[in-house]
Design a protein around this ligand. Structure first.
Ligand SMILES: [Ca+2]
Length: 662
C-alpha cells in the first residue's frame, strides 16, 4: 500500500518483532504515506476490512496514537482485526476506533463480505460518481484454518494422495494452464519434510485432514470474494472497478512437522506433539481448534518452488496476482510474466486512476516510490520487464534479483517452525539461479558462475545500504518476547479499573511472563456473584481469575493441553480480599529461552487456600489476537469451565491491582 520497499517504511520485519533501527521499528514514517492517503486527498472514500497487522500492538487501544490505524492511513472506515490473525468463529474486531463486543460468527469471511457489500451498495446509492477504494484482507488462508462444517465435508478424502503426489499434480496443472513454463523442473523435496509414503496410517489420516480443512477454508473465502464481485455486477460497477487479488508471501510452514492444533506452540519456540494433534482430529477446523497444517502441505502449496513463507527463495516470495478491469484493460484471461514486486501495486493503482504521487503530504516531503507501475503490461503480454532489480530480506534470509538472475541465501538453514534458531550471517551459503530460464529455482549455478554470484552479492550490498536493511537480526523469539517488557521500564504496580479496562492487547498489558507477581482485588461479596475478575489470552493460552459456584478460581492455560487450576473453599460474604501470588522458580532459568516454571498460590483474606507448581509457562505469547480484560474474558475463553460467553462479572468490581514482585 505504501509503494516503497518494506525496510524503507520500518517494516523490514514485523511489528511483533520490531527493534530500534529505522528498517525495523514498525513506525511507518510520515514521509511514506500510503496510496489510500493519496487517493483520499483526491476525493476517494476508502474502506479497510479484515487483517490490519502493522500497527504495534501497544498502540492498539482506545488511546492510540492513531497514526498507524486505518483512520490515519487514508481509510474513512475500517472493520478490522488488528493482529496477525484471528479466530474466525469468535473474532476480536475493531469497528473504526471501537472494540466490537463479544459475538460468535458463522465465519468472519462471511461477515467481511457482508460488510463490504453494505459499504459498496450504500456508497453507490449516496453518490454514484464518487470513487472508492477498498482493502479487503481476509484472515484466510493464515492460521487458524477454520471452515464451516459443510465445506470441510466436501473435501473428505481429496488429499489422500499426500504432498509428494500433490506437487506433481499441481505442477502438471500449472503447465497445462500456462502458469509455469513447460520445461519447469519440480524443485527437490525439502529434506526436513519426510516422504508421504514413509508415514504410517495414523499420520496420513491426520495430515490429510489438515489439508482438507485448509482447502475448505480456501473454497469458502473464494465464495465470499465472489459475493462481493456479484454485488459489483448487480449495481453496474463491475467493468469500471479495478480489482487486484493477491496472496500471502508463500504458503506457511509455521505449522511444523506435525501441523498444530494450536499455532501458539511455534510462537513459544516449541513443536506440537503428534498425540496432542491427534486428540483434536475430530474437531480440526472447528471453533475449538486453532489449527495450522503440516509444513509438507505448505511445500505442496508452493509448488514448484522450494521453501516457505519467510524464506527469500521463491517459495517465500513468488505470488499469484490477478488484475481485472474490463474498462481499463482490453486483454482478458491472459497471463503475464513480467517480474514485479508487491511494492509495485501502489504505483500501479495511482497510474490506473491517473493520480500522481504528491511531492508533499500535509507539508511533509514524500519519499519517492521504489515500486514501479505494472500498467504497461496490461495490454502487452511481451513487453520487456521495466523493473531493474529487487532486493529481499526477512529474518536474515536474503536475496537479490536482477535481469533474470537471482542470488539467495537461507539464513542458518532455519526452517519457519524453528524460530529460536540463530547463526552467523557470514556463514550463510548463497545460491545462484537463472530464474529467467529456471522458473522453479531447481538448479543452483553458484559453483558454475562464481563471478556472477559475487556480482549479485555486491548489488545486494548496495541495495541493502540504500534501503535501511542493516543491521540484520535473527533473534525473533527474544524480540517477540521483549516487546512486552520494554514498554513499561521499571514500573511495578498496575491498576486496572472496572468496567473500562477491556480489550488491552496482551503485549500492552502488565508484563507478568517470567516475573513473580500478585493479582489482587477486594470485593464486597453478596454471595451470589460470579464471573471473570481478570483474564488475559484465550483458548490457545493465558490466565484467568474468576468466581463460580461461590468459589474463587485461578486457571493458567498452557497451550490448551495443560491447565494449572487453583480453587478456594466457599467464599465468605462482605468485603473480601482475593489474591493470586506467583513465585518464579529462578533455579530453572539458565539464559536459554524455554518455558518458565514457578509456584502459584491462591489467597482469600490473607489465608492460603490452594497452591500448585506451574511446570510449563509461556515464554512469549498466549495468543496473537486475544486481549487482557477486567470483569470478563472477551474473544475465546482461557478456561473451558465457562466457555460460550465472556462470563462477565455480576458483582461490584472496583479495580484489580497487578504488582510485579521480583
Ligand atoms: Ca479471551
Amino acid at each position: 500500500m505504501a509503494g516503497r520497499n518494506p525496510h524503507m517504511i520500518g517494516l523490514g520485519s514485523h511489528a511483533l518483532t520490531a527493534m530500534g533501527f529505522p528498517g525495523y521499528n514498525a513506525i511507518v514514517p510520515s514521509s511514506a504515506k500510503s496510496v489510500a492517503n493519496y487517493l483520499e486527498e483526491e476525493g476517494y472514500v476508502n474502506y479497510a476490512l479484515g487483517k490490519w497487522d502493522h500497527t504495534p500492538l501497544y498502540e492498539v487501544s482506545q488511546i492510540g496514537p492513531f497514526d498507524r490505524w486505518p483512520s490515519n492511513e487514508g481509510f474513512a472506515h475500517a472493520y478490522s482485526f488488528m493482529a496477525a490473525d484471528v479466530h474466525q468463529f469468535i473474532p476480536v474486531l475493531w469497528d473504526d476506533h471501537h472494540p466490537v463486543e463479544y459475538r460468535k460468527s458463522e465465519h468472519l469471511d462471511k461477515d467481511l463480505a457482508d460488510r463490504a457489500i453494505d459499504w459498496i451498495t450504500g456508497h453507490k446509492s449516496l453518490d454514484k460518481e464518487l470513487p472508492f477504494m477498498m482493502l479487503w484482507a481476509s484472515g484466510s488462508m493464515h492460521s487458524p484454518h477454520h471452515a464451516p462444517d459443510e465445506y470441510i465435508a466436501k473435501y473428505k478424502g481429496k488429499f489422500d494422495m499426500g504432498w509428494d503426489k500433490a506437487r506433481e499434480q499441481i505442477l502438471a496443472k500449472q503447465i497445462e494452464l500456462g502458469i509455469a513454463p513447460e520445461n519447469t523442473v519440480l524443485s527437490d523435496r525439502i529434506k526436513e519434510i519426510v516422504a508421504w509414503e514413509s508415514l504410517n496410517d495414523e499420520e496420513k489420516k491426520l495430515y490429510a485432514k489438515q489439508m482438507e480443512v485448509f482447502a475448505a477454508q480456501m473454497d469458502h473465502v473464494d465464495h465470499q470474494i465472489g459475493r462481493v464481485v456479484e454485488t459489483l455486477k448487480r449495481i453496474g460497477e463491475f467493468d469500471n472497478t479495478l480489482i487486484i487479488v493477491t496472496a500471502d508471501n508463500g504458503a506457511s510452514g509455521e505449522g511444523g512437522l506435525a501441523g498444530t492444533f494450536n499455532e501458539t506452540y511455534v510462537l513459544n519456540g516449541m513443536q506440537t506433539p503428534f498425540e496432542a494433534n491427534m486428540r483434536n482430529y475430530d474437531n480440526w477446523g472447528q471453533w475449538d481448534s486453532y489449527p495450522h497444517y503440516h509444513a509438507g502441505w505448505a511445500m505442496a502449496g508452493n509448488t514448484p518452488f522450494p521453501y516457505f513463507k519467510q524464506s527469500e527463495h521463491r517459495g517465500g516470495q513468488q505470488d499469484a496476482l490477478v488484475i481485472h478491469w474490463p474498462d481499463g484493460i482490453q486483454a482478458s484471461g491472459e497471463i503475464r510474466n513480467q517480474y514485479h514486486h508487491i511494492s509495485d501495486i501502489a504505483p500501479t493503482i495511482m497510474e490506473a486512476v491517473g493520480i500522481e504521487r504528491p511531492d508533499e503530504y500535509h507539508g511533509i516531503v514524500q519519499q519517492p516510490f521504489t515500486g514501479i507501475p505494472m500498467n504497461y503490461s496490461f495490454d502487452d503480454a511481451y513487453a520487456p520487464t521495466t523493473k531493474k532489480r529487487q532486493y529481499y530480506e526477512m529474518f536474515g534470509n536474503r536475496a537479490i534479483w536482477e535481469d533474470g538472475w537471482k542470488a539467495v541465501t537461507l539464513h542458518a538453514n532455519r526452517m519457519p517452525w524453528d524460530i529460536n534458531l540463530r547463526g552467523n550471517f557470514e556463514d550463510d551459503v548463497w545460491e545462484l539461479y537463472h530464474v529467467a530460464e529456471d522458473f522453479s529455482e531447481s538448479k543452483d549455478l553458484a559453483s558454475e558462475y562464481p563471478e556472477k554470484l559475487e556480482e549479485l552479492k555486491k548489488i545486494f550490498e548496495e541495495e541493502a545500504w540504500a534501503n535501511q536493511v542493516y543491521p540484520l537480526y535473527d533473534d525473533m523469539l527474544a524480540r517477540l518476547n521483549g516487546v512486552n517488557y520494554v514498554l513499561f521500564g521499571d514500573k511495578k504496580e498496575f491498576t486496572y479499573y472496572a468496567p473500562g479496562a477491556v480489550r488491552i492487547a496482551e503485549k500492552a498489558s502488565v508484563p507478568v511472563k517470567g516475573r513473580s507477581h500478585t493479582i489482587e482485588t477486594t470485593i464486597d461479596l453478596k454471595g451470589d456473584e460470579e464471573g471473570v475478575i481478570v483474564s488475559c489470552g484465550g483458548m490457545t493460552g493465558g490466565y484467568t481469575m474468576y468466581i463460580k459456584n461461590g468459589k474463587l478460581h485461578f486457571d493458567y492455560n498452557f497451550l490448551d493441553g495443560v491447565h494449572y487450576h487453583l480453587t478456594s473453599s466457599t467464599l465468605p460474604k462482605g468485603p473480601t480480599d482475593l489474591k493470586f501470588n506467583f513465585i518464579l522458580d529462578t533455579s530453572k532459568i539458565d539464559g536459554t529461552l524455554k518455558p518458565w516454571s514457578g509456584t502459584g498460590e491462591l489467597y482469600v483474606n490473607g489465608e492460603k487456600e490452594d497452591e500448585d507448581y506451574f511446570e510449563m509457562m509461556h515464554i512469549s505469547t498466549y495468543s496473537l489476537a486475544e486481549t487482557f480484560d477486567i470483569g470478563m474474558d472477551t474473544g475465546t475463553q482461557v478456561d473451558k469451565d465457562y466457555e460460550g460467553s465472556p462470563f462477565a462479572f455480576t458483582g461490584q468490581l472496583d479495580k484489580v491491582v497487578v504488582t510485579l514482585t521480583d
